[in-house]
Design a protein around this ligand. Structure first.
Ligand SMILES: Nc1ncnc2c1ncn2[C@@H]1O[C@H](COP(=O)(O)OP(=O)(O)OP(=O)(O)O)[C@@H](O)[C@H]1O
Length: 622
């Protein structure tokens, strides 16, 4: 038992020890596992540490590199900054200088402004003083104006009664003007429908021998011509015309004697102006003027049209005028339109509204003539050039239409040709010229004798001019003379032709009874003109008084009492006629002719006749 107890005790002890050993083993096992774990962790940490060290090396290297780079950049930046500091220092120095300069200029400006201020102050003081003076003088003027208004009020009280008297007088004025026109026409009729003016050409600059045939020129139109080969009275021959223009006469002086006839064209008459004379005697110069003429040198053609436009402009409030121009040449009995190259049966009519239109058209015409002249050897001297001006005037109040036409003719050279010396073409030319000029003389002569038969059809020239040579038509012949002694026989022939044309008519006009009539008519005209001038003056004075109205409001009511309508319709303003040239279309030249012909207003029989047989219609169809 004891042994049992001991063995049990041992066994228990052993068991306990075994259990303790077991638990220790287990603990050791756990510890071992933990150790293993720690070892593994340690290994892992070592690996991580190595990786971190490697990373640290890289970072260190990068850091070193960056540091170096930054160091270099810092050096550059420092250098730049130093430069900038230097620049800024310079700028600072500059701006310091500028500040000093500005301070100096500011100082001087301040001084000048102070000066100016002083001047302005004194100026303002002066102005203020002047204003004070003005104020007091304006007070004085106000007083004066009030007094003037009172005076005007008094004048206006009388004006109405005076205006009434003037309106009545103006009513008669129209009648007076009509009478004036009638008297002018009668005067022209008494003077004769044919006027002969003789113009002596000057010696040309190149002429060295200046032996003249002109012995004497009288104011009364008498011309004495001397035969150089027959000295003394025997060699002299005297002629009498309406007027003689000496070599010094200007274009304007010649035109002054033609001007009244231009007026009669706008009053519905037909007028023909011829330049007649031997080649080189100055026909073209008188009719056209020299090449590139200035306004003072303008020939009759331009002056006439210029005046025509002026008259139509003056009458524009009463009459609307339309003007159209044609230009033809007659050469060897053939008529050619100088303003158109188209082959048309009639010469083109070109509407014109101003002198510059006319200048342009005539330039074209003369160029066309010149072209032919070059081609056919001085053809222009051997052809007649005719500028025809058609005028149609319509009275805006009554609707009455007047037609007038004007022919401006530069005739071919009138010199005779020795038939034994020329042949062929030149002889034919001379025969045609001779025929047309002598038929012109015959027609004028027949008209002057009032012969029942007028030989218009003997030449193209007289056919073309038929409507403007008969009846009420007026003719002016500008006889051109070359004063040179070598032209004596041609001058004699020219003058004899002119004498033949003028002699009969002047004979009639110069009878003593008619001379007395003319004198009386002239006196009547002069007194009528004086009366008209007086009325004009009175109307002008009254109008100027009326124009003062807006400045005097107190007079307004009184002013409106005057019936200005009545005054406007009075004869005074009646004479200011209207021209409305826009109605003709310049783009289409022939429209003007149609317009003139298709107007529904019927012209009087004589006018209709003259228009239908207008110079254009006999033109041959080419
Ligand atoms: N009044 C004048 N003043 C200055 N020169 C003039 C005058 N009249 C004519 N002449 C000159 O005389 C020359 C002849 O004149 P113009 O050509 O006009 O004569 P014409 O009679 O027309 O001749 P044609 O029959 O050959 O055409 C021209 O050189 C012209 O410039």
């Amino acid at each position: 038992m004891k042994y049992g107890y001991i063995s049990l005790y041992f066994s228990h002890w052993i068991l306990t020890h075994l259990q303790t050993a077991n638990s220790k083993l287990e603990e050791q096992e756990v510890e071992k596992q933990e150790l293993m774990k720690l070892v593994k962790e340690n290994e892992k940490n070592i690996l991580e540490l190595a990786a971190m060290r490697q990373e640290l090396d890289i970072v260190g290297m990068v850091h070193k590199f960056c540091s170096l780079e930054m160091e270099a950049e810092a050096k550059v930046a420092i250098a730049i900054l130093q430069l900038k500091i230097k620049e800024l220092e310079c700028l600072l120095a500059d701006s310091n200088n500028k500040v000093k300069e500005l301070e100096a200029s500011f100082e001087s400006k301040c001084q000048s402004w102070t000066m100016k201020e002083k001047i302005y102050q004194s100026f303002i003081d002066f102005q203020f003083e002047a204003m004070q003076k003005l104020r007091s003088s304006s007070e004085a003027i106000k007083q004066e104006v009030l007094e003037t208004q009172k005076r005007y009020s008094f004048e206006f009280n009388h004006l109405e009664s005076k205006l009434k008297a003037v309106t009545d007088a103006a009513g008669n004025y129209h009648e007076v003007l009509k009478e004036n026109h009638k008297l002018f026409s009668e005067l022209q009729d008494l003077k004769g429908n044919i006027r002969i003016y003789c113009q002596i050409r000057l010696f040309l600059p190149g002429q060295t021998v200046k032996l003249s045939t002109i012995e004497n020129i009288s104011e009364n139109g008498q011309l004495v011509i001397a035969n150089p080969s027959k000295p003394g009275k025997d060699g002299q021959r005297s002629f009498k015309f309406n007027k003689i223009f000496g070599p010094d006469a200007t274009q304007g002086e010649v035109f002054a004697d033609i001007q009244p006839f231009v007026k009669s064209v706008v009053n519905g008459y037909n007028v023909c102006i011829f330049a007649y004379g031997q080649t080189g005697s100055g026909k073209t110069y008188t009719m056209t003027g020299p090449t590139g003429a200035t306004e003072e040198e303008w020939g009759v053609n331009y002056l006439v049209l210029n005046h025509l436009f002026k008259v139509s402009q003056d009458r524009k409030s009463n009459t609307v005028y339309e003007v159209a121009v044609q230009m033809v040449e007659i050469y060897n009995e053939q008529v050619r339109d100088l303003l158109s190259s188209d082959a048309v049966p009639e010469a083109c009519m070109h509407p014109v509204i101003s002198t510059s239109d006319v200048l342009d058209l005539m330039d074209i015409g003369f160029k066309n003539r010149a072209v032919s002249a070059t081609a056919l050897n001085a053809r222009s001297s051997r052809s007649h050039s005719i500028v025809t001006v058609h005028v149609r005037g319509r009275n805006v109040k009554t609707g009455t239409v007047l037609y007038g036409n004007l022919h401006l003719i530069d005739l071919a050279g009138s010199e005779r040709v020795d038939r034994s010396e020329v042949t062929g073409h030149r002889l034919r030319e001379a025969q045609h010229i001779n025929k047309s000029l002598s038929s012109l003389g015959d027609v004028i002569f027949a008209l002057a004798k009032k012969s029942p038969h007028v030989p218009y059809r003997n030449s193209k020239l007289t056919q073309v001019l038929q409507s403007s040579l008969g009846g009420q038509a007026k003719t002016i012949m500008l006889v051109q003379l070359n004063p040179d002694a070598t032209s004596f026989s041609e001058s004699m022939s020219t003058l004899k032709f002119a004498e033949r044309v003028s002699g009969v008519e002047l004979g009639a006009a110069q009878s003593s009874k008619e001379e007395k009539d003319v004198r009386e008519l002239l006196e009547q005209m002069a007194s009528l003109k004086d009366k008209i001038a007086e009325k004009d003056e009175e109307i002008r004075r009254l109008k100027s008084l009326r124009d003062l109205k807006p400045r005097i409001p107190q007079q307004q009511q009184l002013y409106h009492k005057f019936d200005m309508g009545k005054l406007c319709s009075s004869a005074f303003l009646h004479f200011r006629l209207q021209t409305d040239h826009q109605r003709l279309d310049l783009q289409k030249p022939t429209q003007g002719l149609k317009a003139l012909r298709t107007d529904s207003t019927q012209p009087s029989t004589s006018v209709r006749k003259s228009l239908s047989s207008t110079s254009i219609s006999p033109f041959p169809r080419r």
